[in-house]
Design a protein. Sequence first.
Length: 198
Amino acid sequence: MITVRAAAVLIAGTLLVTACGTMAPGEAAAPMRDDAPPAAAPASTPPSTPAASDAPAATAAVPSALDFSATTLKGQRFDGASLAGKPVVFWFWAPWCPKCRSEAPAVKAAAATYDDDQVAFVGVAGLDTEAAMREFVQRTGTGEVTHLADAKGAVWTKLGVSEQSTFVFMKPDGSTTKATGPLSQGDLDGHVQRLLGR
């Protein structure tokens, strides 16, 4: 009875070892296949995880107000989504507007004060032809600011603007406040400081 039990244990042990991948004496290894799935890592080895610094940076969510595309007065494509996650000052103006012309020096100075990574300034021109818009930019010396040609008013509508001159101050989270111009240099600086939480 003991020898039958010992034989059964020996056979079970042999089957267990063979089933786990150990080759029996004299047995040739099976050839590797190119399409075979990779062997699983041993259960005792935890899966590797990238260090926090190796993880890709999270991209900012795009507020619905920035879900637009337009063309700049220089003829380049502009995607509103590129502004997501940063403070933005939108300046809505028209070429024939005297208020817009009077506040152009304040916009130019404010845009020169802040780096694009700090605050993005975007002029949104409308209510006239592109030729008139370009002439306004040249006359006011605001060419360093990105200006969108919004002759059809799509961006004006997207941001809820119905008159010029209007400023829309957008925080990185997409929340906005509006101010009707003309704004003086001090007024504009005050709005930008609040936009930056200072």
